[in-house]
Design a binder for this molecule. Structure first.
Ligand SMILES: *Cc1c(COP(=O)(O)O)cnc(C)c1O
Length: 309
């Protein structure tokens, strides 16, 4: 089995993904939130979560260019994720909807002996073959020997089309520039939650003059700025757009929470009738609201919060 690391540019003229009928551009809704209004700020929600029921938010924007470059008659999609990965779920769903065989490499060898959680059960029900690997191997998944072994043993007949963890590669970053273009002239500041940073890398590049992006990493570590620069250089050959990160709102790390974040999310749901997704979106909204309360935005500023899922 051979392995294609980066998708060929272009793709068929009428992309088969159009058959999935994404809701694009995604809707923008204005929220009346006193914490913003009192300071002369407008708050908009960019509802990327409504793009597609099974490939919501940035998962659509990142996967679509990859799905367009791959061919279901030829390729098995192989990708990576943790036991609760939204990206694995979206890839599995795309496989079912578009006729791709899919293989998911899952972090954690011990999971192989346990009943599948709800997220991995959905992947399996969508036909994704799951391959559990130990954490050391998972960390080395991008090394050529490890990747070669994973694709060789993927067990599928055809070639492997490898999509990196979180779906973030140059094609995905280009896909996310469209999110920025949809927000041109709509907001001054755009807030987005970051996992791998691929969404921010594209979003910031797609925005217009005078607009800036604030990213809120949900993982602890402080490594993300360098990774976003790397993704932008891979996609565009240079750093693009005005963006910065605020690392204060990860609440201890991925999927971690705390009483303050829980209280914020419950209060937000009560105020607006919209319960924010907890792993990413709630942290971003908490960050933007804190910045508003701190006086970080000048009166008259329009703030758009990207609801990535
Ligand atoms: C995957 C995901 C993200 C992270 O996107 P990156 O491009 O990896 O930074 C953010 N929000 C939601 C809801 C997600 O599922």
């Amino acid at each position: 089995m051979t392995c294609e690391l980066s998708p060929a540019p272009g793709g068929p003229a009428a992309p088969r993904t159009a058959a999935l009928r994404p809701r694009l551009p995604s809707p923008v809704a204005e929220l009346r939130d006193e914490r913003f209004a009192r300071r002369g700020l407008r708050l908009l929600l960019k509802r990327d979560d409504l793009i597609h029921p099974e490939l919501p938010g940035n998962k659509w924007r990142k996967l679509e260019p990859n799905l367009r470059a791959a061919d279901p008659a030829r390729h098995t999609l192989l990708t990576f994720g943790g036991a609760y990965s939204n990206h694995l779920r979206a890839t599995a769903a795309a496989g079912r909807l578009l006729g791709f065989a899919t293989v998911g490499v899952v972090r954690g060898e011990e999971l192989a002996d346990r009943p599948l959680n709800a997220s991995l059960s959905r992947c399996a029900a969508d036909g994704m073959r799951l391959r559990f690997v130990d954490r050391a191997t998972y960390r080395r998944k991008n090394e050529p020997e490890v990747l070669a072994e994973l694709t060789r043993t993927a067990g599928a007949g055809g070639e492997c089309f490898v999509v990196p963890e979180g779906g973030s590669n140059a094609a995905a970053v280009h896909g996310c520039t469209e999110l920025g273009r949809e927000l041109r002239g709509v907001a001054d500041v755009v807030g987005v939650a970051c996992g791998t940073g691929g969404t921010l890398a594209g979003l910031a590049a797609g925005l217009g003059q005078g607009q800036r992006t604030i990213g809120f990493p949900v993982l602890k570590g402080g490594f993300l700025g360098a990774e976003i620069e790397r993704l932008q250089r891979e996609a565009f050959g240079e750093r693009r757009g005005a963006w910065e990160l605020d690392e204060r709102f990860h609440c201890g790390g991925y999927a971690r929470t705390g009483p303050e974040l829980d209280a914020f999310a419950e209060d937000f749901a009560a105020r607006h009738g919209l319960a924010p997704e907890r792993v990413y979106v709630a942290k971003m909204l908490y960050g933007l609201t804190t910045l508003a309360l701190e006086g970080a935005f000048a009166p008259g500023t329009t703030v758009a919060a990207v609801v990535t899922g």
